[in-house]
Design a protein around this ligand. Structure first.
Ligand code: SF4
Length: 590
């Protein structure tokens, strides 16, 4: 199917003089199911609406926003696949040199706080045209939230953008309902998976009242309470309406949308994507972010892991939604028939690769538990990991005529690769689906830090490491683990980092994959970073917040880099461990 229209000449070619919906996105236009604007555009198109896309408009003027005219129903705005502040800045708040979702990787094509900027330009250009927000930036900023880049709380993005409605979560059902209501001139209230601004809250049936913007702004305990209440209601079955007063108005969040059923999810992935970047980017060399997904397949959505630092659970939900095997196989076949395919499907996964097919009997009846977690402190006995399904899926993909390799590149939960239930899966994984290196994320080694992150303890990681080694030995495979760590997370002191550093040093592990912690809006870790207390337990949490301490923590973990020696010396001096400096010097020489 042709790309969705992006210019007046595209409209002319189709004989259209008006569009129903225009999507404005901070990413380049790539027509692929990994790109939110493409998915929403194709879903609306399938339902019979006329859709256009304005990708990465020049926000300094109105021309790009006016390019396709005024839509009959609404403008939909997304910052893109990432929050615009994450896309534009490093963890040290420096401008990024590249933007993987822009043509040629060129930075500077999306504004900071893209949703607010785009929304304001559209209001200036078209007055009271309906504006619908979506994507991760909107989702994670739907209530008053901590913003790392301002180092301050900000109001709900609904207030600052002056939009009519915000869609949170993956959005297909919500956006169809919004389009249908606007077409039929009906009110936009009470759509599951949306939030809006109301002038009064009297018509709402017993909503949960969050501390107001005015309260949270001046009181960290109130902000923690708002997080706790908000977090408890993010379930499509048992979630209640939430309200948060901002001055004289109310931000109203309706319960999350129901999970898509496998058949519905299959339909989303069967839409006629071009699976390419828009040809207008050819001259710039294309869109680098597309290369990483060109031959990969999303098999499921959602994550029940509840890692404290991650925003995906809040966005995609805790309930795993898996595509049918037939649907994934159809996509694999489609990819394999493309002329540029060289025989390797680079990834089959989702937020956590080994949760494909996972299910709990409660999920489809009463939602995920409010008081229990699915994976912590250990896997819930009601959670069926569905590994048989995964094994069969991978096996059938490998049997496709042009497919030589199927790799799993998405992160895996290593704690779910222990026990009898996982033996066959790990064997198959190591035998056929690891391209020499398997990515896992222990994140840290100090147990108190892992506890704050809501990750399993070090002993679990070591048990997995041993099993991975043994499995590969048995299979006569030379394969390694690539470990991901986070530095500077709440709860992590310099002493904790030194403990990790010595652990790594002793094993001669010098990790390159270190992520400086970035507190994302509305996440548990982001909330702790701001308040210095755990919002669910009320306990005080140490927060390494100064740039210098963050640098020292990173230097200790990257102990092998000679450039880090002076920071290592400073860190050791700070905690009275200077006597260990010689050990670092010696290790670097060794
Ligand atoms: S019963 Fe267990 S697996 Fe199911 S939702 Fe509750 S904690 Fe998760």
């Amino acid at each position: 199917m042709p790309f969705l229209p992006t210019s007046p000449s595209d409209l002319h070619d189709r004989g259209w003089d008006e569009l129903d919906v225009i999507l404005v996105t901070g990413d380049a236009y790539v027509d692929h199911p990994s790109f939110g604007a493409a998915v929403i555009g194709r879903v609306l198109e399938q339902a019979g609406f006329r859709i256009g896309i304005i990708a990465q408009p020049d926000w300094r003027a109105r021309d790009d926003f006016a390019r396709l005219g005024r839509p009959r129903l609404f403008f939909g705005i997304t910052a893109g696949n990432l929050d615009s502040m994450v896309a534009n800045y490093t963890a040290n708040k420096r401008p990024r040199k590249k933007d993987g979702y822009a043509p040629g990787g060129k930075p500077g094509l999306r504004p900071d706080r893209a949703i607010i900027v785009y929304s304001n330009r559209l209001r200036e250009t078209f007055g009271n045209v309906p504006i619908v927000l979506g994507g991760i930036e909107a989702s994670l900023r739907r209530f008053a939230h901590y913003d790392f880049w301002d180092n301050a709380l900000r109001r709900s993005i609904l207030i600052d953008s002056r939009a009519d409605i915000l869609v949170f979560g993956m959005g297909e059902q919500q956006v169809l309902e919004v389009a249908s209501r606007l077409k039929n001139r009906k009110a936009l209230d009470a759509i599951p998976g949306t939030a809006l601004v109301a002038h009064d809250a009297e018509a709402l049936n017993e909503p949960v009242v969050l501390p107001s913007w005015e309260e949270v702004k001046g009181d960290k305990e109130a902000f923690n309470r708002a997080f706790r209440l908000m977090n408890e209601e993010q379930d499509p079955y048992r979630g209640r309406v939430l309200i948060q007063k901002h001055d004289t108005r109310y931000v109203v969040q309706f319960p999350p949308a129901m999970s898509l059923k496998p058949r519905e999810l299959d339909q989303v992935f069967a839409l006629p994507y071009e699976r390419a970047w828009h040809p207008s980017y050819d001259a710039a060399g294309g869109v680098p972010g597309f290369e990483t997904v060109r031959f990969s397949i999303i098999s499921h959505r959602g994550c029940c892991g509840e890692c404290a630092f991650c925003g995906l659970g809040l966005h995609q939900g805790r309930i795993i939604q898996s595509r049918s095997r037939e649907s994934v196989l159809r996509e694999a076949k489609l990819i394999s028939e493309r002329p540029e395919f060289r025989g390797t499907i680079t990834d089959v996964g989702g937020p956590t690769a080994n949760l494909y097919g996972a299910r709990c009997t409660r999920w489809s009846k009463e939602g995920a538990c409010k008081t229990m977690q699915c994976l912590m402190p250990g896997k819930c006995r009601n959670l069926d990991l569905g590994y048989g399904e995964s094994i069969k899926l991978y096996h059938d993909m490998l049997a496709l005529p042009r497919v030589k390799h199927v790799f799993i590149e998405s992160g895996l939960r290593y704690d779910l690769l222990l026990g009898d239930e996982a033996a066959g899966y790990l064997e198959q994984l190591c035998a056929c689906h690891v391209s020499g290196q398997l990515k896992v994320a222990p994140e840290h080694t100090a147990v108190p830090v892992l506890h704050v992150m809501n990750k399993p303890g070090l002993a679990v990681y070591e048990a997995f490491e041993k099993r991975f080694r043994e499995t590969n030995r048995r299979l006569k495979k030379d394969q390694y683990l690539v470990n991901y760590f986070i530095s500077g997370h709440p709860g992590c002191t310099l002493a904790d980092t030194l403990e990790m550093s010595l652990y790594l040093l002793q094993r001669r592990i010098h990790p390159e994959q270190i992520q400086d912690f970035v507190p994302l809006p509305l996440t548990l870790s982001g909330t702790m970073f701001y308040t210095g207390r755990h919002p669910l337990t009320g306990k005080e949490v140490y927060v390494p917040s100064t740039p210098n301490e963050r640098k020292m923590q990173r230097a200790l973990i990257q102990w092998r880099n000679p450039k880090n020696l002076s920071l290592i010396r400073e860190a050791l001096h700070t905690i009275g461990k200077e006597h260990l400096f010689a050990r670092f010097q010696k290790a670097q020489r060794g």
